[in-house]
Design a protein. Structure first.
Length: 144
């Protein structure tokens, strides 16, 4: 009789402990944040989402994934993906698509972009005003 009463009281405690352990584990796992990997040798490498326009400069914020806006993803092998308007119409609601291309460093503040849009290949240059761990500030350079 003594063993049965101990066993009877033991199970509810174990059940509560088990449930509490699962809840704590779930909270820990759900609160982990994916880390953005940054190449210290080339801060341009990574994904950049359009964040605004200030003093004739387009500002981009580093991110893990593309947002539903104009974005760039510069890869270390010289390839890129540019997220831009899908098609010629920029009247809201605007939809976006990803376009593959390449990029080349021309000098310390200038990169050249070749990208295959919906209507064919385009080449343009971007002037880099600044780039750090969190933001990229660029302006498009008109090629004459």
């Amino acid at each position: 009789m003594y063993i049965n009463s101990m066993t009877f009281d033991f199970y509810p405690i174990m059940k509560k402990f088990y449930i509490l352990t699962i809840i704590l584990y779930s909270l820990l796992v759900s609160c982990t944040k994916d880390e953005i990997k940054i190449d210290p040798n080339n801060l341009l490498i990574g994904t950049w989402n359009y964040a605004g326009y200030h003093n004739n400069v387009s500002v981009y914020a580093r991110s893990l994934d593309f947002s539903d806006n104009h974005c760039y993803k510069f890869d270390s092998d010289g390839t890129l993906v540019e997220r831009n308007i899908a098609g010629f119409c920029a009247t809201p609601p605007v939809s976006y698509d990803n376009y593959d291309g390449t990029w080349t460093i021309l000098n310390d503040t200038l990169i050249q972009i070749h990208v295959n849009y919906y209507d064919g290949m385009r080449t343009y240059q971007l002037g880099i005003n600044s780039v750090n761990r969190d933001s990229l500030k660029i302006e498009e350079v008109i090629i004459k």
